[in-house]
Structure formats: structure tokens, C-alpha cells
Design a protein around this ligand. Structure first.
Ligand SMILES: [Zn+2]
Length: 75
């Protein structure tokens, strides 16, 4: 039975090696996932720049991690 394919992110093609593509895909999927705004609780919080997260609904801006609202600990 073939292994089920994981969610692959397009854009990298066959470049950079499978490990880096998997890491990129994991970060990218998390980046695009919808997040709840701490202010108005709508799920429209999106990253505007590295470490800056802004709610598209109420305009609330909050600092967080570069690729996730929660800052990565350790690695
Ligand atoms: Zn909001």
C-alpha cells in the first residue's frame, strides 16, 4: 500500500532537498492557518511581517513569533 502523501506546498519544485522542503511545507502550512484574534476572537489574524500579526477584522496588531503567533522555544 502506498504511503499517503502529506500536504506538499507548491513553489519549491524539486529543489533544496526533501528534508528542507518538508520543513518549509510545515512552516508554510502553519503560517497560512487561520488564527483567533486575541482582541475580537475572530479567526482573521494574519502575519503582516516577520513577528507582526494583525487582525483583518478589527485591526488589532500584536507581536509574536516570526512564523507563528506563539514564539518558538529552542530550535
Ligand atoms: Zn480582531
Amino acid at each position: 500500500m502506498p504511503k499517503s502523501k502529506k500536504e506538499n506546498v507548491r513553489g519549491l519544485g524539486a529543489k533544496y532537498g526533501s528534508t528542507l522542503r518538508k520543513r518549509y511545507s510545515r512552516v508554510y502550512v502553519g503560517l497560512k492557518a487561520s488564527r483567533e484574534c486575541p482582541s475580537c476572537s475572530s479567526a482573521r489574524l494574519a502575519r503582516t511581517a516577520s513577528g507582526i500579526w494583525r487582525c483583518k477584522s478589527c485591526g488589532y496588531t500584536v507581536a509574536g513569533g516570526a512564523y507563528d503567533l506563539a514564539q518558538a522555544k529552542g530550535k
